[in-house]
Design a protein around this ligand. Structure first.
Ligand code: ATP
Ligand code: MG
Length: 319
């Protein structure tokens, strides 16, 4: 289309030039015949010819201007179509990922609980086997519960999330969370560096809890055999600073912004080994946003990732 536009523009320029030349010759002949002018110099300086020349120049600029407008419209049009196309592809991919992961995440715990219950019905088991199967079923139920709460929380995030502000000790909160996660993941080493001691704050308790759990659990989930997580709590004049660093698989530059999107999981759903729905970091980002904070993701050295959360508090809100 651009070549066609260029071609039409050149053609219009030529036609305009031809028309000008013909008009000029005709005007000259008439003027000479009527004795208005006697020499080429006189003709060139004649007011009627100057007027004709001015009109010609104006038409030339008009053609040029219209060509530019067409080209700009074409470029904008192509850009808009391309953007829409990319958005549609992205949404389709997201919903495919969502369906695949949700189906898997829903089906596998249900299947496992069903199997356990059927086993209980059919035979009486020795106590130790019974306890093992029951605790497995409990873990699966917990997974289902987390999935449903995450889905509900994620849909709430868009419309009606209300931060519940409470007074609590952030050091104690983090210690409690770490203890619980350690109990579930005995292979993980999770350390807490307290740059502030016994800090009482008035903040969104459930929000802060959810942020810490999601980030620490991700650190464990996306690490090699022996996860090593470092949690750091600090503050500046305006905000609480929470860092969660791991030495795991790390996140490539191109995925850094995307991991905060709903249902986004790095890699392909079919080839991914870890369980998850891609909602955790979306929920974290939305809670942080809701509390007027910020979250950044940088590489850890020599490998792994560091999530840095800044949660502001106004002086009245901190004791
Ligand atoms: P869930 O909803 O259960 O948390 P998830 O862990 O897959 O599922 P997110 O927590 O939102 O979802 O993380 C999104 C993706 O970002 C993950 O699938 C993973 O690919 C990547 N990711 C998140 N945290 C880390 C990390 N610490 N190291 C490496 N990759 C990570
Ligand atoms: Mg997660």
């Amino acid at each position: 289309m651009l070549i066609a536009f260029a071609w039409w523009t050149i053609l219009l320029f030529q036609k305009n030039q031809d028309a000008f030349k013909a008009k000029k010759e005709l005007m000259k002949m008439v003027m000479v015949a009527e004795g208005v002018v006697n020499s080429p110099d006189q003709f060139i300086n004649n007011a009627a010819f100057k007027d004709l020349e001015k009109k010609y120049k104006r038409q030339e600029w008009m053609i040029f201007g219209e060509a530019i407008v067409f080209v700009i419209s074409l470029v904008i049009g192509v850009w808009l179509i391309n953007r829409g196309y990319n958005k549609a592809i992205h949404t389709a991919k997201q919903s495919k990922n969502f369906l695949l992961s949700i189906t898997h995440e829903l089906k596998s715990p249900i299947a496992s609980i069903l199997l356990t219950l059927e086993t209980f019905l059919k035979r009486s088991l020795p106590q130790d086997k019974f306890e093992k199967l029951t605790s497995n079923a409990l873990v699966e139920t917990e997974r289902l519960n987390k999935l449903v709460s995450d889905l509900l929380l994620a849909s709430k995030m868009e419309s009606s999330y209300q931060a519940q502000v409470e007074v609590f000790n952030i050091n104690d909160l983090l210690k409690g969370i770490i203890e619980k996660i350690k109990a579930k993941n005995p292979e993980a080493n999770i350390s807490l560096e307290e740059k502030i001691a016994n800090q009482e704050i008035k903040m969104d308790l459930l929000g802060v809890t959810s942020i810490a759990i999601n980030l620490i659990e991700n650190g464990i989930k996306y690490s090699f055999e022996k996860p090593d997580i470092q949690v750091t709590i600090d503050k500046n004049n305006e905000a609480i600073l929470l860092d969660v660093a791991d030495k795991g698989i790390g996140i490539k530059q191109k995925d850094k912004a995307k991991v905060f999107e709903r249902f986004y999981r790095v890699g392909d759903e079919d080839t991914r080994k870890t369980k998850g729905t891609g909602l955790g970091l979306y929920i974290v980002k939305e809670i942080v946003k809701n509390n007027n904070g910020s979250i950044t993701l940088v590489n850890n050295k020599p490998n792994g990732s560091v999530f840095k959360v800044v949660l502001p508090f106004d002086p009245i809100r901190i004791n």
